[in-house]
Design a protein around this ligand. Structure first.
Ligand code: COA
Length: 358
């Protein structure tokens, strides 16, 4: 880790500038200008799940930290969640415009085309660049890096990044290993061009992947591999699967390493981190990561108890809810980290800006 050396009022912000957070030194940084989130009104409790699965409220709470989760009703798709979160983020930013819409999702409305153009059109942004990102639960961090790149390159001056998943549409309702964990929701941020020393500037983004373990988290059927083979998919192969115990170990390892690297590349020390905003995969994973990073529980943001694991939406939903509830306030130095299918992981830093979360 690098110790701050540049003379400045705020050494953390100075390091964002010195390290060239999202582009070449002196280049344009991506700055959070607005944030919004949306969860569908339907709620499923652990007691509801007890009625249809061989599970218990006690098992779910002690192994995952989840008590309730929001789920879409029949007919509601990922784009519906994304449009609402996007609308709120644009309102939070105070200006309706964006010249690119990036959607991170695993549950696109259709295999083709991407869902982002539809989301853009429904937000009155027909004509702008719009595309999806597939990085499963790390989608928001991959999206931040992509949005920052668009801004640094001058391709866009203002990006609406939405992360939305209707995970319950691909979960096997009879698989107790996943049905108790995954849920639905959306979060979105507006990123504008700015400078790396401003509050809200996205810090250096650390990303990684390991495709040798792509079968730990997968939907086996529905893609070109299965479609081009002569055999029909086995029953249930259209559903999402996760090898939970193996995934757990990798999740802790990669979130820790990515977090340490992101903090170092921002020129921070771990002791500088005021809030950890980690992908809400499992309360035990979060506690382990926070403990190993030396961050006490009061610095850990968490909403898994009431929303479950919402895939790509997890981090922006957490940030928006935490900001709205006052657990995350302007000036907090926030460490973001995620891990999921791919395998893919990431981390970055941001000094929380003065924004009203909607
Ligand atoms: N209710 C009751 N029992 C359950 C259950 C449920 N919902 N799900 C699994 N079990 C059982 C298993 O069958 C197993 O029984 P056995 O010992 O008789 O074989 C036992 O509980 C332990 O299963 P295991 O999978 O080892 O539990 P775990 O402590 O690892 O917890 C997860 C399971 C999924 C909660 C946990 O592994 C996890 O969170 N993994 C990582 C998820 C993650 O980070 N994903 C990232 C992508 S988003």
């Amino acid at each position: 880790m690098t110790e701050p050396t540049a003379p400045a009022a705020d050494p953390v912000l100075a390091h964002h500038r010195r390290d060239g957070a999202t582009g070449p030194p002196g280049g344009r940084a991506a700055v959070i200008a607005g944030i919004g989130s949306y969860v569908p009104p339907g709620v499923v409790t652990n007691q509801d799940l007890e009625k249809r699965l061989d599970t218990s409220d006690e098992w779910i709470r002690s192994r995952t930290g989840i008590t309730t989760r929001h789920v879409v009703d029949a007919g509601t798709a990922t784009s519906d969640l994304a449009v609402e979160a996007g609308r709120r983020a644009l309102a939070s930013a105070g200006e309706p415009g964006a010249d690119a819409v990036v959607l991170a999702t695993t549950t696109s409305d259709r295999p083709c085309p991407a869902t982002a153009p539809d989301v853009a059109a429904r937000l009155g942004l027909t004509g702008v660049a719009a595309f999806d990102i597939a990085a499963v639960c790390s989608g928001f961090l991959y999206g931040l890096a992509t949005a920052a790149g668009l801004i640094a390159a001058g391709t866009a001056g203002r990006v609406l990044l939405v992360a939305a998943d209707a995970f319950t549409t691909i979960i096997d309702p009879l698989d107790r290993g996943t049905a108790v964990i995954f849920a639905d929701g959306a979060g979105a941020v507006v990123l504008r061009a700015g400078t790396a020393d401003e509050p809200g500037a996205v810090g250096p983004v650390v990303l990684g992947s390991d495709g040798t373990l792509s079968d730990l988290i997968e939907v086996p059927a529905g893609g070109s591999r299965q479609r081009s083979s002569a055999t029909a998919p086995e029953p249930g192969e259209e559903f999402f699967r996760m090898r939970g115990r193996d995934t757990y170990r990798h999740a802790v390892m990669h979130m820790l390493a990515a977090s340490e690297e992101a903090v170092a590349r921002a020129g921070w020390r771990l002791a500088d981190v005021d809030r950890l905003a980690a992908h809400q995969a499992n309360a035990r994973i979060l506690a382990t990561v926070a403990e190993r990073l030396g961050l006490p529980p009061e610095r850990q943001l968490s909403n898994i108890e009431t929303v479950g694991n919402t895939g790509a939406a997890s981090i922006p939903l957490l940030l928006a809810q935490s900001a709205a509830e006052g657990r995350l306030t302007a000036g907090h130095r926030v460490l973001l980290t995620a891990f999921g299918g791919g395998l893919a992981w990431g981390a970055t830093t941001v000094v929380w800006p003065e924004v009203k979360a909607l």
